[in-house]
Design a protein around this ligand. Sequence first.
Ligand code: DC
Length: 219
Amino acid sequence: MVGRPHLVIAVDGPAASGKGTLARRLAAYYGLSYLDTGSLYRATGLAVAAAGAAPDDEAAAVKAAQTLDPSRYSEDQLRSPGAGEAASQVAAIPAVRSALLEFQRGFATTPPGAVLDGRDIGTIVCPDADAKLFVTAQPETRAQRRHLEHAGRGDALSYEDVLADIRRRDERDSGRAVAPLKPAQDAILLDTTELGIEAAFQTALDLVESDLNERGQSA
Ligand code: DC
């Protein structure tokens, strides 16, 4: 762990790019809090389903986001394929995004600082972040990773289904009108297609360190 003043690190990217693992490890390294913002959208999608509504039911989705208690759901529920798809749908509703914004910004500004991962952290949630990474990987590689992850949890989904789900979510998350998935202008790109976890983390750390140095946050 390396001590620094309050730091905010934004880690964005598409599904299964490796951003969650990298963000969690960066948080541990710098002694910062960690927020998986996708879990907020996943919990909102699950809450809408629990209320018996469809994920594109705007009124139900906004109500779910405004009264959200992510701790109601287990990790397995949050990581299920259905939750990911529902999350991507509720996330396209602007009022859902606004309802979740304040919590995310509050989290980032609370000491000791935080690493947040998502789709719009560097662009909307924390545009003044001290370092910004945009993590990508080829869709086929991401589908292989997600397929393994689901298999480990006992979700019987074929690789082809996972790849189709990833492509559909990429398209929806990148094409929506509000806060689409895209790198911030000042984000550093990291392609993890050819990298294992350890190599990806070392590369991410080098990139974040150089970003912090450039922005005057060096230790
Ligand atoms: O990162 P994830 O796969 O858990 O995210 C699930 C969905 O939530 C994703 O398809 C889009 C949405 N999302 C978002 O729109 N903005 C974020 N900051 C995080 C997730």
